[in-house]
Design a protein around this ligand. Structure first.
Ligand SMILES: Cc1cc2nc3c(=O)[nH]c(=O)nc-3n(C[C@H](O)[C@H](O)[C@H](O)COP(=O)(O)OP(=O)(O)OC[C@H]3O[C@@H](n4cnc5c(N)ncnc54)[C@H](O)[C@@H]3O)c2cc1C
Ligand SMILES: NC(=O)c1ccc[n+]([C@@H]2O[C@H](COP(=O)([O-])OP(=O)(O)OC[C@H]3O[C@@H](n4cnc5c(N)ncnc54)[C@H](OP(=O)(O)O)[C@@H]3O)[C@@H](O)[C@H]2O)c1
Length: 366
């Protein structure tokens, strides 16, 4: 049995509210002529057969028991990337920018068609699967002005769909294939506490803040950015993000608008799989550039218009563990270093206590 989830409907009699795709450039594959993003997504229930009415009733009860929040808006950047706006029933708990919370869905929920099948034993079907998500934010209000996170009465999440495990020995992804079946009005479990030590702390208003993210790793940096700008931070704020394709930059136009409004803000996106990264015959060819390459070559400092020196810069790294490059004690360094050893060679340090400039903090997504 399959359930058709038809958001932002194309010719449907009862469409949900259209949302405008903001991915910016090169999104032609996902945009209609009117710039409305119209994905049609089917949810498959084949791998979790629900054959008896009794079970279906139980699932209604389980949802009622476990879910404590509602999806109030879903803004799709493309079929694998979306912003989920979720309102907890009892309001948004206090939190600091950079922190995260769990989202949870029952293993009884359907999975998106086209994602890796998963066999859920009957004995586990009533469990709720939870995963951590950094809190992002829309950056701007409806007038296009800065929207600090404490002005927002819902939680925004920036989530990529993991369709399959990256190797056969790993278990199939649990949550995102279910999450991407949700529509506006659907219910979900949100953790009661927002947690995490990946926060700004006491940063001098004239210091440079360097945030480096891969993919959806820009989520906490967006929340940090609005907080810094709202409190009148005077030093350079650099939010650099490395993605596969330009179309993976869901917030791109919003960052451009913020840069127009705040001269000390720099959003510096880079890609790794666009023709300009891969096709050496193109005039604009730059090759595949990781954040590490941009840092060591000095191109990042040049684009940031700031020396990015350890004397005056606080560093935040978030997303793909290979970009971060944490080596556990006794572990072997990888052939291709992440940011941590490169920053350390440049005089930066990992520290839990000392909040001064030169400090590196990081959040690994897996
Ligand atoms: C503190 C923290 C905050 C997080 N915040 C976010 C967030 O804001 N947005 C978000 O999309 N994810 C975030 N994640 C990852 C998230 O918790 C899930 O792991 C992810 O959504 C996949 O869940 P899954 O159950 O579908 O697959 P899982 O079984 O959990 O993961 C399967 C595999 O997918 C890959 N993967 C997981 N997350 C990502 C990702 N974000 N980008 C690329 N590949 C990934 C890894 O190879 C992983 O082994 C965060 C993780 C942590 C620890
Ligand atoms: N983003 C998409 O368009 C897309 C499409 C389909 C499926 N997915 C799925 O979505 C999930 C997330 O994909 P994602 O692109 O958001 O996240 P990701 O795989 O972490 O990639 C984000 C960026 O980090 C780069 N990166 C990878 N290894 C690195 C390293 N060692 N050092 C520095 N940078 C590194 C990637 O470059 P590389 O080009 O080298 O990977 C990419 O530019 C994956 O499960 C993927 O299968 C994504």
């Amino acid at each position: 049995m399959s359930r058709e989830v038809n958001r932002e409907s194309m010719g449907d009699a009862t469409p949900l509210r259209p949302v405008y795709c903001e991915c910016g450039i090169n999104t032609a594959a996902f945009l209609s002529g009117t710039q409305i993003c119209v994905p049609r997504i089917a949810c498959s229930e084949e791998d979790v057969p629900v054959s008896e009415n009794k079970l279906q009733t139980d699932f209604v009860d389980l949802r009622h028991k476990h879910y404590n929040a509602t999806v109030i808006q879903r803004i799709d950047c493309h079929e694998n990337l979306a912003r989920f706006c979720i309102r907890p029933d009892h309001g948004v708990p206090a939190f600091e920018p950079g922190q995260y919370v769990t989202l949870g869905l029952g293993l009884w929920e359907p999975r998106l068609a086209g994602t890796q099948p998963e066999v859920v034993p009957e004995s586990k079907r009533t469990r709720v699967a939870k995963r951590a998500y950094s809190i992002s934010c829309p950056l701007l209000d409806s007038d296009g002005r800065l929207a600090p996170i404490d002005s927002i009465d819902y939680l925004e999440f920036y989530i990529t769909l993991v369709r399959a495990a990256d190797s056969p020995e790993k278990a199939p992804p649990v949550l995102t294939p279910r999450l991407f079946c949700l529509r506006e009005g659907d219910r979900i479990a949100v953790g009661k506490k927002i947690v995490g030590a990946y926060t700004l702390g006491n940063i001098d208003p004239d210091a440079t803040v360097l945030m480096l993210g891969t993919g959806t790793g820009e989520a906490p940096h967006n929340a940090m950015t609005t907080s810094l700008l709202a409190r009148g931070h005077r030093g350079r704020i650099v939010n650099a993000c490395c993605v596969r394709y330009l179309g993976d930059l869901a917030y791109h136009p919003r960052h451009l608008s913020l840069m127009d409004q705040y001269s000390n803000y720099r959003y510096l996106p880079c890609t790794t799989r666009e023709p300009a990264n891969l096709d050496a015959s193109l005039p604009g060819y730059v090759g595949k550039q990781y954040l590490q390459d941009l840092f060591t070559s000095g191109k990042l400092a040049e684009a940031a218009d700031d020396p990015l020196s350890a004397d005056n810069t606080h560093v935040f790294l978030c997303g793909n563990p290979s970009m971060i490059g944490y080596i556990p004690p006794g572990g072997q360094p990888p052939a291709s270093p992440g940011m941590l050893p490169l920053l350390e060679a440049a005089g930066f340090r990992q520290s839990h206590d000392d909040e001064g400039p030169g400090r590196i903090q990081f959040e690994k997504y897996w």
